[in-house]
Design a protein around this ligand. Structure first.
Ligand SMILES: Cc1cc2nc3c(=O)[nH]c(=O)nc-3n(C[C@H](O)[C@H](O)[C@H](O)COP(=O)(O)OP(=O)(O)OC[C@H]3O[C@@H](n4cnc5c(N)ncnc54)[C@H](O)[C@@H]3O)c2cc1C
Length: 532
């Protein structure tokens, strides 16, 4: 049967849609097949309660580079961003708090409440991270070379990669290695003395990670969350009008405008392989669709352990995919509130700034480490960590008039909870999250009118996030860059000809960035043009 499409994309997450948009812009006939009834994958807005639009999973944007926003004309397609007013609001049990904005004078005064030394170190540390981020950023947009491969083409790619690093000197090389290998706690201990400042900073190293702040490699996770920008401001985060699903919708709009066909409620059951080449897909209802290329936006484990017959793959590749780490202790708690939480001890102006920032339930690095220790030894955190935001303070499209939404990204439950619903225990855990915030905002508990609690099992079963991992796989050094998802296959190609990956299980990992889709489409176009 002749190919009906140039490319079929399995999955309508934002990276699948991005791939479709770029391929469509190059004139390819593209079909996106999304299993769920709604597009977006983990970048999705849904309506769990009448009148509310909730960013069910992801909740803020930063990692999408200006290149993707500009090239796909996302602002023209309706993307509207509201930057957060402050980086962190962290209340402490003794009644003090840290409210950190990007204003250098404000940050200095605020940190100075706890340590003058740290107040001086803060901007230097921020510049230190920014300098490393400037080295890493261009690497995100490139296809990783196959380190160790010896073909002339691979060696040329390696040489190009080395050229990208020409700006490194002895000092910056050492900084780079530290950030790639240390725990976030070790890194922060080198820079700061105040436990409050370290509490504020350490969470970015553990977010979405099945590890605590003392776990080696978490300094890189901090950097991963520092690399983004909003409107040219590095490390800025923003709410998306209409929730993060609006990002996916804007990308889908661009893809459609460039000829892509997008179907929802279309679950792929099998990727068809003939003579070691993928030739299309079969939906679970048996419909077969043929294409010149198949691109999987699904998690690597779904792609290779469920959709492809493993006998079609080299056995060492199958083993590597089986060993690919995709663990999580994340629970998302979404709250509909009858009124804004009122945090003790904040003046009204600060109160509005705090409401428009990341509201952290984590008063020290030890708090976060204990929260992880519980999960590591098989129990949900007795005192969970939470990163809360209240998007309704800037976006009036999300809730009925006078009502608020609070999105709480929380950790940790045991990774094994991805195997079973643990419904009652999750509700008890969510009670502890609400109780934790209520210690600082006593009106919160009675303000809760609706609550949605999603653990690793829900994330895997409903959203295809294997193990509940928010990034399609742990962001550890062995699973980054040329080693993501598997050494030798970091260039978006797979052992099966014409089958590609474009999801967060590829370089540069997870987050709403669209980079994986942009990079993958570049490689697919190279191959398809060659074969015309
Ligand atoms: C709780 C949570 C909070 C997060 N917060 C943030 C945040 O605030 N900011 C941020 O930048 N990132 C955040 N992230 C991470 C980010 O949302 C994800 O890394 C990113 O959205 C993944 O995009 P993707 O397109 O690569 O994959 P996905 O969004 O997972 O898309 C894959 C798609 O493939 C579909 N699919 C799977 N199998 C099939 C099949 N057989 N047939 C058809 N379709 C299939 C799935 O249904 C899904 O729609 C968060 C993630 C989670 C879970």
């Amino acid at each position: 049967m002749p190919a009906q499409y140039d490319a079929i994309i399995v999955g309508g997450g934002h990276n699948g849609l991005t791939t479709a948009a770029y391929l469509g812009r190059s004139g390819l006939k593209t079909l996106v097949l999304e299993r769920r009834d709604v597009l977006g994958g983990a970048a999705v807005s849904e309506h769990p309660w009448p009148g509310y639009t909730v960013s069910t999973l992801s909740y803020v944007l930063s990692l999408m580079p200006p290149e993707v926003i500009r090239e796909l004309e996302l602002h023209r397609h309706g993307l509207t961003l509201y930057p957060l007013a402050a980086d962190y609001y962290v209340p402490f049990p003794d009644g003090s708090h840290l409210l950190l904005t990007k204003n250098p004078g404000q940050a200095k005064a605020e940190i100075g409440k706890f340590s003058r030394k740290d107040a001086d170190a803060w901007p230097v540390f921020s510049e230190y991270l920014a300098a490393i981020a400037r080295i890493v950023r261009p690497l995100l947009l490139m296809t990783p070379p196959a380190v160790g491969a010896k073909s002339p083409a691979d060696l040329l790619e390696l040489a190009r990669f080395a050229w990208q690093l020409k700006g490194l000197d002895v000092k910056s090389t050492s900084d780079f290695v530290k950030v790639m290998t240390l725990s976030v706690a070790e890194l922060l201990d080198e820079w700061f003395e105040s436990s409050q400042v370290k509490a504020a900073r350490c969470v970015s190293g553990a977010i979405g990670t099945y590890g605590g702040p003392y776990t080696p490699g978490t300094a890189y996770v901090l950097l991963h969350h520092y690399i983004g920008e909003v409107d040219g401001q590095m490390a800025e985060w923003a709410f998306v009008r209409g929730g993060t699903g609006a990002v996916s919708q804007a990308i889908a709009e661009d893809a459609r405008e460039h000829g892509a066909e997008i179907r929802t409620g279309a679950r792929v059951g099998r990727i068809l392989v003939e003579d070691s080449r993928s030739v299309g897909v079969a939906l679970v209802d048996g419909t077969e669709l043929r294409s010149r290329a198949v691109v999987s936006n699904a998690h690597p484990k779904i792609t290779f352990c469920e959709l492809v017959d493993s006998s079609q793959l080299p056995s060492d590749f199958v083993r590597a995919i089986e060993r690919y780490k995709s663990r999580s202790g994340t629970v998302k708690v979404n709250l509909a509130l009858g009124e804004l939480p009122r945090f003790d001890g904040l003046e009204s102006e600060d109160s509005m700034t705090a409401a428009r920032s990341f509201i952290q339930l984590c008063d020290s690095m030890e708090y976060l480490e204990h929260a992880f220790d519980d999960a590591k030894y098989g129990q949900p955190s007795a005192a969970p960590y939470s990163d809360g935001v209240i998007p309704t303070v800037v976006d009036d499209s999300l809730a009925p008039s006078g009502k608020q939404l609070m999105s709480c990204f929380t950790q940790y439950v045991p990774a094994s909870w991805s195997q079973a619903p643990h419904r009652d225990e999750l509700e008890a855990y969510a009670d502890r999250v609400v109780d934790g915030y209520s210690r600082f905002a006593p009106n919160l508990k009675s303000a809760v009118e609706h609550r949605q609690v999603l653990g690793p099992y829900d994330m895997e079963q409903e959203y295809g996030l294997v193990g509940g991992n928010i990034m399609h796989g742990d962001l550890t050094l062995d699973q980054l860059f040329s080693w993501r998802p598997v050494a030798g296959y970091a260039d978006y190609r797979t052992p099966i000809k014409n089958l590609y990956l474009c999801g967060s299980g590829t370089h540069p990992g997870g987050g709403i960035s669209g980079i994986n889709g942009r990079n993958a489409s570049r490689e697919i176009l190279k191959d398809l043009k060659r074969r015309r």
